[in-house]
Design a protein around this ligand. Structure first.
Ligand code: ITT
Length: 198
């Protein structure tokens, strides 16, 4: 089976991506590569940051890899936190502080619509390809649930009554932004017959 390094330092993403890709690839985490710094994310968009992370790993280690940059865009906040999702409440990254800040910003807002977006970047042999997935939903009035990570306790997908944090990993992975981007990636992998050159 082909090896794929997940170019993320977020253990929750590793868990979600591994659950969805483990049947096709021998999954490796970049924690195995002993990178001592945080991989820089200095782009203006999710696509730029996703590419930056994939390039960082590809250029240093030459491995086949998949990077993920994701964000939550809230309509009533003009798309914030967006590309700044990980550090919305400042440094260091803190999921709980980010959720507290978001609930505060949304206190008086009637329009609760939001979307999660993921941009994946796949690198192999010097070629880079991107895949996007999104899911639309609403921001809750208060945090609910213990599963998942990030803004999961505050997000209810349309046509659902539970937040992502009230869903099991497999329930979230059936509908979420990351899973939707991965569906496109898997189709790409199948269509380009990657498995045939092993
Ligand atoms: P890497 O850059 O190492 O991949 P990161 O946590 O910094 O890890 P991002 O730059 O993509 O990842 O930041 C995205 C932030 O958006 C993340 O820290 C969460 O707060 C939030 N987020 C992303 N995907 C999410 C999800 O599925 N559920 C809830 N929150 C999510």
């Amino acid at each position: 089976m082909k090896s794929l390094y997940l170019a993320t330092q977020n253990a929750h993403k590793v868990e979600e991506l591994s659950a969805l890709l483990g049947d096709r690839f021998q999954i490796h985490s970049i924690f195995e590569l002993n990178i001592s710094e945080e991989i820089p994310e200095t782009g203006q968009t999710l696509a730029e940051n996703s590419m930056q992370k994939a390039r960082y790993v590809a250029e240093r280690f030459g491995v086949t890899c998949l990077a993920d940059d994701s964000g939550l865009e809230v309509r009533a906040l003009n798309g914030a936190p967006g590309v700044f999702s990980a550090r919305y409440a400042g440094e260091p990254k803190n999921d709980q502080a980010n959720c507290v800040k978001l609930l505060g910003e949304m206190r008086d807002k009637k329009d609760r619509q939001a979307r999660f977006v993921t941009v994946l970047t796949f690198h192999e042999d010097g070629q880079f390809v991107q895949f996007e997935g999104e899911i639309i939903g609403e921001i809750t009035q208060e945090a609910r649930g213990q599963q998942g990570f990030g803004y999961d306790p505050l997000f209810v997908p349309f046509n659902a009554d539970k937040t992502f944090a009230e869903m099991s990993l497999s329930e979230k992975n059936k509908i979420a932004h990351r899973a939707r981007a991965l569906e496109k990636f898997k189709l790409f992998v199948d269509e380009s017959l990657l498995f045939h050159d092993e």
